[in-house]
Design a protein around this ligand. Structure first.
Ligand SMILES: *Cc1c(COP(=O)(O)O)cnc(C)c1O
Length: 430
């Protein structure tokens, strides 16, 4: 396997693109080496510009849940393209997708489509503030909610507790209303409510996927919701990653918790740039043109993206692959743990539905601090060995691997072999 064309394009891209990528997660910064350039993908397989084929567990960081270029989605897009690309006016497709989304989330009477997960969350936060008339938002350390200023607070504990910005260019004022709590730790939320009386709500990933996969323990979500109800504060559930992925109705369906405001993205666009936020009528009526909270978008509800979303969600509903995802993830977990044991590598595997994550540590992972005990050097070695053996996983210890319904038994076999070789390599460095 060689990466000559990827290397060449990477160097060429450095001239006019920042780091030759349009999103830093693609840069391979934490695993070393140059990023792969992709030529095409079909089903469970992705092919780079050098012609190397990989089983794809990145899936565009989640959206491609049916695998790449599912024929029903392709057909829907092709049909939509014939009518035009963007109108600056409403189309019937928006109503159709809105109904599918609202039916899936019982707490959602109305939805507004936007163009990314970031936009969905920043609008959801604005809405929580508009509805409650309060400014402060609690977020959990290690949860990612897109790159809006207010939530781009360092996920590391020292900076986080001080609410210092985690990114240059974020003014102190932008994060002064952001409070940080510990995932799976309701007491850390209560402490903020004891200290402040102007908290609009709490935002979280119902299953965290951006510190690696970290699941809510016991009744964390239910108890959090009950507590917030008692305080008159809102629960904002960021299901950009988990929506239609954990379950058709997202993590909320699984944990039987209803968000006040739900944010969506990734899967709902079927690979096109779509995000959404929604809530019950009383809350959504705050949004312009019905109410005084302004939020807009020239390309929002784009007809091609809506067609992809409708086709993806309809097919997903029909396939109902969620039990199968659990089975496949369980198989992968066993393989990862067996191979780690075979070569004496410390490994913890967290998984939830179609999201799975091996951590190179021996510590149970229930929050960001736990996740940070992982040996990222071992992960880098593991990552490259997986790539060299034809398995594309995210180039970071802290990103989830995603499953698609296009995965085959052959893919799992190939992945098993790669894991064996990768664990052996990891054992040699430790
Ligand atoms: C990916 C992600 C976002 C941001 O979505 P973008 O489309 O990248 O802007 C927000 N929240 C969560 C939980 C995510 O996984």
């Amino acid at each position: 396997m060689n990466f000559k064309k990827s290397e060449k394009l990477y160097k060429k891209g450095l001239i006019n693109l920042v780091g030759s990528v349009n999103s830093p997660v693609r840069a391979f910064a934490s695993v070393g080496g140059n990023p792969l350039f992709i030529k095409k993908a079909k089903g469970s397989t992705i092919t780079d510009v050098d012609g190397n084929k990989y089983v794809d567990f990145v899936l565009s960081y989640g959206p491609m849940i049916l695998g790449h270029r599912h024929k029903k989605v392709q057909k829907a897009i092709t049909k939509a393209l014939k009518n035009g690309y963007s109108f600056g006016a409403s189309t019937e497709a928006e109503i159709k997708l809105a109904k599918i989304v609202c039916d899936a989330f019982p707490g959602m009477d109305k939805v507004r489509f936007v163009n990314s997960g970031t936009e969905a969350v920043l609008s959801g936060i604005r809405l929580a503030r508009a509805f409650t008339g309060k400014d402060k938002i609690i977020k959990f350390s290690g949860c990612y909610h897109g790159h809006q200023d207010a939530l781009l607070v360092a996920a590391g504990s020292g900076l986080a507790t001080l609410s210092l910005p985690g990114s240059k260019g974020v003014p102190e004022g932008a994060v002064k209303n952001t409070l940080i709590a510990n995932y799976n730790d309701l007491e850390s939320v209560k402490a903020h409510f004891d200290a402040h009386d102007d908290i609009a709500g709490v935002i979280l990933e119902p299953v965290a996927g951006n510190m690696g996969v970290v699941t809510p323990q016991n009744n964390f979500l239910k108890e959090l919701k009950e507590f917030l109800v008692s305080k008159g504060a809102l629960l904002i559930v960021d299901e950009v990653m988990t929506g239609f992925r954990s379950k058709f109705g997202g993590a909320q369906e699984l944990f039987e918790v209803e968000a006040d405001i739900t944010c969506l993205g990734k899967v709902i666009g079927g690979g096109f740039p779509v995000g959404a936020y929604g809530a019950r009528n009383e809350i959504m009526e705050m949004v312009a043109p019905l109410g005084g909270m302004y939020q807009a978008g020239t390309l929002s509800g784009n007809p091609i993206a809506m067609a992809a979303g409708i086709a993806t969600l309809s097919e997903l509903k029909k396939q109902n692959p969620y039990d199968k995802f659990n089975e496949v993830a369980a198989i992968l977990e066993v393989i990862l743990l067996e191979k780690a044991k075979k070569y004496g590598v410390d490994l913890v595997v967290n998984r939830f539905g179609s999201m799975i994550n091996p951590f190179f540590t021996n510590k149970e992972i229930t929050n960001f601090a736990d996740a940070q005990t992982s040996d990222t050097k071992k992960f880098s070695v593991f990552f490259w060995e997986m790539i060299k053996n034809g398995v594309f996983i995210p180039p970071s210890q802290f990103e989830a691997w995603f499953l698609s319904s296009a995965l085959t038994d052959k893919d799992i076999e190939k992945t098993t072999k790669a894991i064996d070789l990768a664990m052996e390599k990891v054992s040699q460095i430790s």
